[in-house]
Design a protein around this ligand. Structure first.
Ligand code: J9N
Length: 233
């Protein structure tokens, strides 16, 4: 069972995590997802979670006090926790990292706003023996907050947990699936289904031939062409 906790000032934004594949994984008790409101930690009347940056500059910085209290409340001293801090300045998320996270027992997502969380939060937990801290970006663009990035990571991670997908064969063949040594494979070949002629466009003849050797060769060549054209390898 993978326990996932998310801490956010917009907990309603994370409601889709109950749906579809992730909802079914929770019903099957392969996964437990819990959403926490950062403002529940604050004692002041305005429930403040941010303050002006030391050194000056635009925007606000999220206070470490509420973050530390929220993380401590979720964590037991005797468990190993992967703390994922979403930030455009983090390590780029990949299928290989999703596979690592899918083996975790407990993941906490700190969903901050884009101005960022006080840097000491990551520093403090990185120095604790039972925490592994990951600063992660999902791509080179700036989001308003970490919520959508967390959902991307959870969706990619959860489907790699044994039992979450109905048909595990589909895992082996898909784009960006990875080999035992963690090397990226080719992207997927193009797929076709009926009708054989659609609006004048024919399905490649080899796929109708019934020659499985030729089909495998054609698909491999197509996957290599697509991978080369992406320029990723
Ligand atoms: N890749 C990425 C992450 C973000 C975040 S996290 C919190 C605010 C913005 N933007 N882009």
């Amino acid at each position: 069972m993978l326990q996932i906790d998310l801490i956010s000032i917009f907990p309603e934004y994370l409601a889709p995590l109950k749906l579809s594949l992730l909802g079914k994984a929770q019903d099957k008790q392969l996964l437990s997802i819990n959403i926490h409101d950062l403002r529940d930690q604050t004692a002041d009347v305005h429930h403040s979670v941010d303050d002006t940056p030391y050194g000056g500059g635009a925007g606000m910085v999220m206070s470490p006090v509420a973050w530390g209290d929220a993380i401590d409340q979720i964590t037991k001293d005797d468990e190993i926790v992967d703390l994922i801090i979403l930030t455009p300045a983090g390590r780029k998320f990949t299928q290989k990292i999703a596979l690592e996270f899918s083996k975790s027992k407990h993941i906490i997502f700190a969903c901050g706003r884009y101005e960022g969380i006080d840097a000491r939060v990551g520093q403090y937990y990185a120095d604790k023996a039972n925490f592994r801290v990951h600063e992660i970006s999902i791509g080179d663009y700036v989001l308003g907050g970490g919520e959508v990035a967390a959902m991307v990571i959870i969706e990619a991670t959860a489907r790699l947990i044994p039992g979450v997908l109905g048909n595990p064969d589909s895992l082996k063949e898909e784009s960006h699936s990875i080999t035992g040594d963690g090397e990226d494979l080719l992207v997927e070949y193009p797929n076709y289904t009926k009708p054989a002629n659609w609006r004048g466009l024919e399905v490649p003849q080899v796929l109708l031939s019934g020659n499985h050797g030729e089909i495998a060769k054609w698909r491999k060549a197509q996957a290599e062409r697509r991978t080369r054209e992406l320029g990723s390898e």
